[in-house]
Ligand binder design. Structure first.
Ligand SMILES: Cc1ncc(COP(=O)(O)O)c(C=O)c1O
Ligand SMILES: [Zn+2]
Length: 447
């Protein structure tokens, strides 16, 4: 039914270059810029906005292959031409968009929502992009391409998602990780799924340079987000969130950013819904960066007139410890188009914001902490008003960052005051003494 929808790679600089999606190409061969997936919009316009909404709604939550996936239930907008047999999906997406009722009321907001992208197969939003990339690689291999493995550089979550999806599809995987800069849970994921794990004495940007060298001859396929196939999968969260509000557009969305693929994807999903008339209103997009890895924040302060990479410092938000983001141009375009703001959060701020939200039943990763701290700052400065419908994108599951959580509650994190620390009470098994402690703690903690 959808075989005559089509898409191809297009150079984002507008030099006119295009390539078929089955070609192994990551950047423009003429001018070196990034590529994006460009859809035949006229063909997509042949369906009305109402028809698209109905089609997407009718597939949500079904078991019909591949529509049980929150990515592939929008297949015509993602990779229309792919053969369903080659799709490598673990039914990702469809993550809960929860009302942060108690946390919101602490901040004076009654319309605050958290998109729980970490409630996913490998515990982060990266699954959304990886199902698309690995499916395309699978299709290329079926068509006879000489691809012997897929590879990526990663701050942790990308390598976990790539290895899971590639292993599910039977494709060998090589991951390059900065030594001692990712969490134990993130390291053990690609190890468990059987990747060749290479731990390098460098940072993420250094790993990125190596993977680009290693993948130059095209027999090892590059899976980093400079590969725009991943953005196509990630952009479906924009559509999914609007769908979860019965096609109402939120006022403001806050997202943590490192390599800046995800903010670009968010913009791309909204752009497509606007162009095809599914929505009329634009949300405002807010990018949250860690103060220790803040090149886009610095550029924002200069009105995006120039951009300088930085050498990032060690941050608790380790997955966004990136100083030379590959998708900077796409991100700036999205921020300009959606009335964007870039704000930063320090270590103490991000840790306390995550811990405060945890007190209301959440379990936030440090990157979500960056986004929550930015929310608090922008409310304080009046840049976000308390009555706005606001969504914070939670990018990973807190369980992947247990060292961060334990360190916070033990009070051992550098530059963090741990105002919401909660330690276990170690005591002898004496019922009388236990009751006394409970009374004391109830008073202290619940007033
Ligand atoms: C948990 C988490 N949050 C946020 C990000 C930032 O996403 P992006 O690099 O696309 O800006 C990443 C990945 O880099 C991540 O793993
Ligand atoms: Zn070009």
């Amino acid at each position: 039914m959808n075989s005559n929808f089509s898409a191809s790679f297009r150079c984002i600089a507008g030099c006119g270059e295009t390539y078929p999606l089955h070609e192994i190409v990551y950047t423009c061969r003429k001018c070196g810029s990034l590529l994006e997936v460009s859809h035949d919009m006229d063909r997509l316009r042949e369906k009305s906005a109402i028809q698209w909404r109905e089609l997407f709604d009718s597939r949500m939550g079904t078991n019909r292959w591949p529509y049980g996936s929150g990515v592939w239930n929008k297949k015509e907008w993602v990779i229309p031409g792919i053969d369903d047999e080659n799709i490598t999906s673990m039914l990702e997406g469809n993550t809960n968009l929860l009302w942060a009722k108690r946390f919101g009321s602490m901040l004076g907001m009654d319309d605050l929502w958290i998109k729980m992208c970490g409630n996913s197969h490998t515990g982060s939003f990266k699954d959304l992009g990886m199902t698309v990339l690995v499916s395309m690689v699978n299709e290329m291999i079926h068509r006879g391409a000489n691809i012997k493995a897929v590879a990526c550089a990663s701050t942790g979550d990308t390598s976990a998602a790539l290895t899971a999806y590639a292993s599910y599809g039977g494709i060998p995987t090589i991951v390059f990780l900065p030594r001692n800069k990712i969490s134990t849970a993130q390291l053990v994921q690609p190890m468990s799924n059987g990747a060749i794990v290479i731990s390098l004495d460098t940072d993420f940007d250094g790993c990125m340079r190596i993977v680009q060298e290693v993948t130059k001859d095209n027999t090892i396929y590059l899976a980093n987000s400079m590969n725009s196939l991943r953005i196509e999968g990630q952009k479906t969260i924009s559509i999914e969130m609007v769908q979860q509000f019965n096609w109402d557009v939120p006022d403001t969305i806050i997202i943590p950013g490192g390599n800046l693929g995800n903010i670009s994807a968010l913009g791309s999903g909204f752009r497509m819904m606007l162009e095809l008339g599914l929505i009329k209103k634009k949300p405002r997009l807010i990018l949250a960066q860690a103060e220790k890895a803040n090149p886009l924040y610095l550029s924002y302060l200069k009105g995006f007139k120039s951009f300088e990479p930085v050498i990032p410092e060690k941050t608790l938000a380790s997955a966004i410890q990136i100083g030379d983001p590959v998708s900077v141009e796409k991100a700036v375009r999205a921020l300009k188009e959606f009335d964007g703001i870039v704000e930063q959060a320090g270590e103490d701020e991000l840790a306390d914001a995550a811990a405060l939200a945890d007190r209301t039943g959440l379990f936030c990763c440090p990157h979500t902490g960056v986004a929550l701290a930015v929310l608090i700052k922008l409310l304080d400065s009046g840049k976000i008003s308390k009555d706005e419908r606001t969504i914070v994108i939670s990018t990973a599951h807190g369980l992947k960052f247990s060292e961060f959580k334990i360190g916070y509650h033990e009070g051992t994190l550098k530059d963090v005051k741990s105002r919401h620390m909660n330690r276990p009470v170690e005591m002898e098994p004496d019922a009388g003494k236990v009751k006394k402690i409970i009374d004391q703690k109830l008073k202290e903690q619940y007033g």
